[in-house]
Design a protein around this ligand. Structure first.
Ligand SMILES: [Zn+2]
Ligand SMILES: [Zn+2]
Length: 175
């Protein structure tokens, strides 16, 4: 996904369309490798003007992560529409403070858009992804996936403690 910066700078103010599809390696996400289960599709246009690279980006891919309740793997489709701006860093020797992510080296010829595209896709992920909105999660006692049915803990709770049941019976017989 290499943007030809030299070409963009040769025609300032002119839009250059792009349309790329590329596989991405799993990326690190909170210390865990996150798989991209579909190639990253990046489509849009790029324009350079007065030291700034403007990118309009339509992004599509799919991420594989864990359901935050039941821990099964879930595939989450990602579809984003973003505007990015990259500032060209000044020549060496000048004082400047720039956020590395959104700047590029002075005189750079090409820039790979894929790392930015994957980063955007990941940042779009929900903090607590779910396999489905009504996921029942795991039983906190036995760890059973409650989406697959009720567990023995829940059954026991439903039946109640046998001693408690006996007491109830005694109490009701006195009425
Ligand atoms: Zn779940
Ligand atoms: Zn249980």
């Amino acid at each position: 996904m290499n943007l030809d910066i030299r070409q963009l700078k040769n025609s300032p103010g002119q839009n250059f369309p792009f349309d790329w599809t590329e596989e991405s390696e799993p990326v690190d996400h909170k210390g865990q490798p996150l798989k991209l289960t579909r190639p990253v599709h990046a489509r849009g246009k790029a324009l350079y003007q007065s030291g700034v690279l403007h990118i309009q980006l339509d992004l599509e891919t799919e991420l594989e992560t864990e359901c935050s309740r039941c821990l099964t793997s879930v595939r989450i489709p990602v579809k984003l529409h973003e505007f990015l701006e990259f500032i060209e860093e000044p020549k060496e020797g000048m004082n400047h403070v720039l956020i590395e992510e959104y700047s590029f080296e002075h005189g750079l010829d090409e820039m790979d858009l894929l790392p930015y595209a994957t980063k955007l896709a990941i940042s779009s992920l929900d903090i607590k992804p779910l396999c489905r909105p009504d996921c029942q999660g795991l039983c906190p006692t036995c760890g059973k996936d409650l989406n697959q049915g009720i567990c023995k803990c829940a059954l026991a709770a439903e039946k109640g403690d046998p001693r408690l049941k006996r007491l109830k019976e005694l109490l009701s017989s006195q009425e």
